[in-house]
Design a protein around this ligand. Structure first.
Ligand code: SF4
Ligand code: SF4
Length: 165
């Protein structure tokens, strides 16, 4: 009978160390793969490709190709924080996912819509475009116009962006 080939898994510790440096990312180290975070995850209920336990496993293996690739599941998270409350290990899966999103943005690997929203925030302080139509509708509803935000103050507290001229 032919012998089964031994399977090896290579862990990318460099990627894990990089994730450790992003706020919230270091908690991925505490995950013991119990799956409690999946039970009440609304994104996991509606998408077979989303599972916070699997995302944490990929983080533990340092699988940047999966987590930061074009089909990464991290962008399906609804930011509901159910997993934060369920996790017995204080992993705070949502915050690891946010750290992964930040890492993806740092590497210019975020989906184009997300990248556009980020650019809008850096320019105007809000994620959507402030068009004349938006302003007219706001005025008709008695709301004050958008656009008067201290973006320069915001850039000062963003360590990387604040350096830009
Ligand atoms: S993140 Fe927490 S709840 Fe989810 S598998 Fe890991 S230890 Fe369990
Ligand atoms: S925050 Fe994201 S990963 Fe956590 S339970 Fe909600 S959808 Fe699922």
């Amino acid at each position: 009978m032919p012998q089964e080939k031994e399977k090896h898994v290579t862990i990318d510790f460099a990627f894990r160390r990089e994730l450790d440096q992003i706020i919230g990312g270091d908690h991925h180290n505490y995950c013991y793969q119990c799956g409690a975070c999946v039970a009440q995850c609304p994104a996991a209920q509606y998408s077979e490709s989303f599972n916070p336990r699997s995302i944490l496993l990929d983080a533990l293996l340092g699988r940047a190709d999966v987590l930061l690739g074009p089909d990464s599941p991290i962008w399906l998270c609804t930011n509901c924080y159910s997993c934060y409350e369920r996790c017995p290990q204080d992993v705070r899966p949502i915050e690891v996912i946010i750290a992964l999103k930040n890492l993806a943005s740092n590497r210019d690997a975020a989906p184009s819509d997300v990248a556009t929203m980020t650019e809008n925030i850096l320019k105007t302080g809000v994620s959507g475009l402030i068009t004349p139509a938006v302003q007219r509708i706001r005025e008709s509803l008695g709301l004050k116009p958008l656009g008067d935000y201290p973006v320069d103050e915001m850039l000062k507290i963003l360590p990387d962006e604040g350096k830009q001229p």
